[in-house]
Design a protein around this ligand. Structure first.
Ligand SMILES: NC(=O)c1ccc[n+]([C@@H]2O[C@H](COP(=O)([O-])OP(=O)(O)OC[C@H]3O[C@@H](n4cnc5c(N)ncnc54)[C@H](O)[C@@H]3O)[C@@H](O)[C@H]2O)c1
Length: 337
């Protein structure tokens, strides 16, 4: 880490990707080199258990990024040098049911962080965006200059935040960088998402719901690879720019589910095709040449290997997974998700 970056504030650090980032920072840097401040509202998706490995290495504030007085008082006390914003409402299906909290957290929350970060002169602000801002693509891939075409209220709210950041870069020469990762998976993912949901369903000997005929294609990125990319960008990325982070590993949802079934020695009969999600993008694909060429980042984990690790992790953390499931099972029963 450059000498100047001595204290980092990570928002959404109790979430799936944010916690992997905090664990990586805690492992990579000695406490004397780097202090870590984690801010998280602890919504249904946040859980400090994910940070047990980094216990004692970070200071925690339970706060809402859209709340001015909470965020200002944290910045006043901590004076972070850099900010990495993972905090978001992140589940597409929930955004289709109700977009209000997505706009509040993902747009107004990012705006609040930008305003306060500028007031306190942070030297780097990393916004964790998503490949979904580009929308779907039938052939080829999106590079960082491709236009936005978001399909869901979730991806529209993330695109709005990216536009705000661009305006800060242009208007105030604000030192922000936007990162757009593809679909992440791995340990500690909330079981609303395809991979942990499928594993949990096999464990429960229940049908695995697969949208449409499972033909949607995603670029699957193991979470540890993703956070290594974000760290490389924090350390050496060029301010004012955008970096895609993709694995180049495209798989159809049905292929991913089949891999899980094979890994868990379960029958394909557990697959149940269900009514497709409205506005479901068929294929996402990033061109990630920029991060590979400029920062020499490369993904290390192939989906086959990553799924194996994730299945093993889920088997070792069955209780955590089942506890999360007990919070959301009623949403599935009522067809809310
Ligand atoms: N999961 C993916 O595949 C993926 C892919 C690309 C980009 N992203 C982006 O990466 C980021 C992290 O995603 P994730 O999968 O870890 O999400 P997550 O839902 O697991 O974590 C989000 C975290 O943000 C916290 N949070 C929510 N609202 C908040 C608020 N108002 N104030 C403070 N904290 C709040 C939650 O408590 C949770 O801990 C998000 O910005 C998401 O858009 C995710």
């Amino acid at each position: 880490m450059r000498k100047r970056i001595r204290k980092i504030l990570v928002t959404g650090g109790a979430g799936f990707i944010g916690s992997a980032f905090v664990r990586l920072l805690a492992k990579t840097y000695a406490p004397a080199k780097l202090s870590l401040v984690v801010v998280d509202k602890l919504t249904y998706a946040g859980d400090l258990t994910r940070l047990e490995e980094a216990k004692g290495r970070y200071k925690f504030y339970k706060a809402d990024i859209s709340n001015k007085s909470q965020i200002q008082s944290i910045f006043k006390r901590e004076r972070p040098v850099a900010v990495v914003n993972f905090a978001a409402e992140s589940h597409v299906d929930r955004s289709i049911c109700d977009s209000a909290v997505f706009v509040k957290t993902n747009v107004a929350g990012t705006d609040m962080l930008l305003r306060v970060s500028r007031e306190y002169s942070v030297v780097k602000f990393i916004q964790v965006s998503t490949d979904e801002v580009y929308g779907e693509i039938a052939n080829g891939s999106f590079d960082e200059d491709s236009p936005f075409n978001p399909s869901s209220p979730y991806s529209a709210s993330k695109a709005a935040a990216d536009l705000l950041i661009n305006s800060y870069i242009r208007t105030y020469s604000f030192p922000a960088i936007i990162v757009r990762p593809s679909n992440n998976y791995g340990p500690w993912q909330y079981p609303e998402k395809l991979i942990p949901l499928a594993i949990l369903k096999v464990l429960r000997k229940e049908k695995i719901p697969v949208y449409g005929r499972g033909q949607n294609i995603r670029e699957w990125l193991y979470v540890d690879d993703c956070v290594k990319g974000i760290l490389a960008i924090l350390e050496s990325g060029r301010v004012g720019s955008v970096y895609n982070i993709g694995s180049d590993e495209e798989r159809r949802n049905i292929d991913i589910v089949m891999l899980i079934l094979k890994e868990m020695h379960a029958s394909n009969n557990l697959i149940e095709f269900v009514k497709d999600r409205p506005g479901h993008d068929l294929r996402y694909r990033l061109n990630s040449d920029k991060i590979r060429q400029q920062l020499h980042w490369m993904p290390e984990v192939k989906p086959e290997e990553g799924i194996r690790y994730t299945v093993r992790w889920c088997l070792a953390h069955k209780d955590w997974l089942m506890r999360k499931w007990s919070n959301i099972a009623w949403l599935y029963r009522k067809n809310v998700l």
